[in-house]
Design a protein around this ligand. Sequence first.
Ligand code: KIV
Length: 281
Amino acid sequence: MPVLSETSPLTIPLLVAAKGGEKIAMLTAYDAPSAALLDAAGVDVLLVGDSVEMAVYGEPNTLSATMDSMVRHSRAVCRSVKRALVVGDMPFLSYQTDTARAVENAGRFLAEGGCAAVKLEGGTRSLPAIEAILAADIPVMGHVGLTPQSFHKLGGFKVQGREPETALQIREDAKALAAAGCFAVVLECVPAPLAAEITREIAVPTIGIGAGADCDGQVLVFHDVMGLTRDLRPRFVRRYADLSSIIEEAAKAFTRDVKSGSFPSAEESYAGGKPALRRVL
Ligand code: KIV
């Protein structure tokens, strides 16, 4: 019984109610035009991810994201969305230093960015910040497994939870986040059986990325899905379009037309006359 597909706009209680039923589709979005397209296509949740640093700014990891930049991207996304729930991703050092700062920064995503919720990384270690943010009535999405802001500690982007001790830690972390009141938990790059077990054990939706088919929802990075990333192609990404080739072909055709003089044509140019009497567009 679909609770999400037929509802507009989506709300946190509706997403929680979808647990174990209709799957949740989530993609990252960083700008107004692509967010409008994803929203119109029926994507349930748009994550203004700190992956913007890698996907848009060409950085090697997500650590360079700042509050100002994340809030600005959030605002662009929220302006063009009618149905999807928009979640803002709290950047590195925006919630780890002290809880008051964490609440203020989380609040900026709602007050300035227009988001409905924030996401932050870490399990039990992030609980003080999560509890403080939740106490300010700001909905929180948790994120465990591969936490990209721990890039240097983890030694890169690697599957987590393959050993019994790390699997247990991830399970405990996910349970602690759900018990604290997170409305959903992202499980990133963990073995599918572990993700399935966590999904059965917690009362809120799990959203997987590289975590198998049994999660309550799936999230991927926009640029990966649309074929805009060329070099890095993780195993869990399915490409639904090849925009790189389309853009490259279009850019080649534009360059060819400029150099041959066939662009612009007379129809693409303005005629002379009395400027005041002519429409500009
Ligand atoms: O920033 C991001 O895109 C993310 C997703 C990978 C979950 O955190």
